[in-house]
Design a protein around this ligand. Structure first.
Ligand code: GDG
Length: 517
């Protein structure tokens, strides 16, 4: 079996390109390096004429087949329909959803052209794995051209309830193309249920368990919560902490030997960056004893800068940070530092480890890999505290974080206070469970579980998780009963035991420390 991955944007290592800041790119690179195969997608460049064929270039175990877009395709397919219509819609932001028929036509056109370019590269036993909302109709286009291979789809972002999705013109047509897939992977059970409901209500599909049938086709819709390479990230963090933070230790910014609260997100309105800055301001106002002793570092590499809503967020986040710094700062202390550029993964890992608290407070997020990276990066002897939005897919797995509602500024502010005051014993207890969860559902688990399901193997969702005690990083002293799976693994339906499925719908988050509420 050869694996063929298709994603909107592909970065090629031999061009010296850095893996983009997006979680999708980071996750897929690991998956393909493990399995070998072909990676097809957009080069990121534009050219005057659309290509009529592509020649794959081999690099290590992976062949890359890249095509440029025309400028008009980039505008309509990428900036227009994908990022101004689908992205806000999928994140429940109807007010920001901009639909245009011309953009939709461009989106369908690029999917049709991708199918035409990819088809000649396919072999009969290839398994095709298509990623994300840019490429929803691609399988239908491939089927139209006679491709009968197994085709899977993974949706990295949330899927909204059918009534929200229905606001999109042509929603029934678009959602009906999903049945061209054999397997549709979602981040959470909630997303899977929303999609299945949408297929039933918008295009009359029939549902039996996790199978959805429409006409001659049947698709399985299932949750596959994405993970990270925990062990690699842990090592990176342990090695990077000094290098990443030494030069800034002496500054007057948030680092400067003080306690550090960190946020790391693409500059995107779904991530709740402005609301987070406001919450940090509220925390400092309500708890003046913390002024001068703690700072917030927000790393926010710009993305989709050509989309007007992102330019507005860029302006607004500067304005809010400036206002709060002016109101709350001192001549020798700047409470908030927002840096709008990407740092190396080493630097990021070191900063996570250095930070006493991570604020991961998206308004809505498919999974959120930053939450998992922060946990992986912690010093197991003296771990920091994760504050996590209940609207991130990750909250369905990481119930031992301080779970907050990002729309409630006061609640987030109180969670910051709770996190900074949390005794080591409680930090350890929470960390051990969080770490056990992320390591038993890491990127290798995600990939193998998805690909086993796509290849038609009837593997229960927990099968690829090693039996026995969940792994903890070296040097961790267990504070609880070691042999049992963490309480959250049961409460959250964690797929740790063979035969149990990940079912965040039935799961209730563990209560936070009382003072966090
Ligand atoms: C989508 C979904 C889902 C960020 N800043 C820098 C940097 N990053 C890296 C992080 C992390 C990744 O980017 C961001 O991943 P997220 O998961 O947080 O978010 P999205 O980019 O929106 O990803 C999301 C994901 O797909 C995977 O399915 O979890 O819900 O929206 O890895 O570390 N990396 C570097 N420098 C930075 O400044 N090197």
């Amino acid at each position: 079996m050869r694996l063929v991955v298709v994603s909107n944007r592909v970065t090629m290592p031999e061009r010296g390109e850095k893996v983009a800041a997006g979680g999708l790119a980071v996750a897929l690179r690991s998956a393909l390096e493990q399995h070998g195969g072909l990676w097809f997608g957009w080069s990121g460049a534009t050219s005057a004429e659309p290509a009529t064929s592509v020649s794959p270039v081999k690099h290590g175990k992976v062949s890359y087949a890249l095509t440029d877009l025309t400028e008009s395709e980039r505008q309509s397919y990428y900036l227009g329909f994908a990022n101004r219509a689908l992205w806000p819609l999928m994140h429940y932001r109807l007010g920001l959803t901009e639909f245009s028929r011309a953009d939709y036509a461009g989106y369908l056109g690029v999917n049709r052209r991708f199918a035409r370019l990819l088809q000649p590269l396919l072999k009969p036993d290839d398994v095709i794995w298509i990623h994300d909302y840019h490429l929803i109709p691609l399988a239908a286009e491939l089927r139209r051209r006679g491709v009968t291979n197994r085709i899977g789809y993974f949706h990295h972002i949330p899927w909204p309830p059918a009534e929200v999705f229905a606001a999109l013109p042509f929603s029934s047509t678009l959602i009906s193309t999903m049945t061209a897939y054999d397997l549709i992977g979602m981040q959470t059970q909630n997303d899977a249920r929303n999609l299945a409901d949408g297929l039933v209500t918008l295009c009359g599909a029939r549902r039996e368990g996790n199978r959805v049938r429409a006409g001659q086709r049947e698709a399985v819709v299932q949750a596959f919560p994405i993970g990270i390479d925990v062990e690699a990230f842990r090592k990176l963090a342990a090695a990077s902490v000094r290098a990443a933070t030494q030069p800034v230790r002496a500054t007057t910014g948030p680092l400067g030997g003080r306690k550090l609260v960190i946020g790391v997100d693409r500059l995107d309105y779904s991530k709740g960056i402005v609301q987070r800055l406001e919450a940090f301001g509220t925390f400092l106002r309500n708890h003046p004893e913390h002024r001068g002793e703690v700072g917030l570092l927000q790393i926010a590499p710009p993305s989709r800068t050509d989309v007007p809503e992102y330019a507005e967020l860029d302006r607004l986040s500067d304005e809010v940070a400036g206002r709060l710094n002016a109101a709350l700062g001192e001549f020798d202390w700047t409470p908030i530092r927002v840096v709008k550029k990407a740092y190396s993964r080493n630097a990021l890992a070191g900063l996570y480890r250095r930070a006493q608290v991570a604020l991961v407070t998206p308004m809505r997020d498919g999974m959120n890999l930053v939450a998992k990276e922060y946990v992986a990066a912690q010093n197991p002897e003296d771990p920091g505290v994760l504050i996590l939005s209940r609207f991130a897919g990750a909250a369905q797995q990481l119930g031992e974080a301080l779970i907050v509602n990002p729309f409630d500024t006061h609640e987030v502010a109180e969670a910051i206070r709770t996190a900074l005051a949390m005794p080591r014993s409680e930090r350890l207890r929470r960390f051990e469970r969080l770490y056990a969860t992320i390591s038993s559902t890491d990127i290798a688990w995600w990939t193998s579980r998805y690909l086993a399901a796509l290849s038609g193997l009837d593997v229960p969702s927990g099968d690829s998780v090693p039996p026995g005690t969940p792994k903890l990083p070296r040097g961790t002293r267990r504070s609880g009963s070691p042999a049992k799976p963490a309480r959250s693994s049961v409460a959250h339906g964690q797929p740790r035991k063979a035969g149990r499925d990940f079912d965040p719908v039935r799961a209730k988050p563990l209560p936070n420390a009382p003072s966090a509420r």
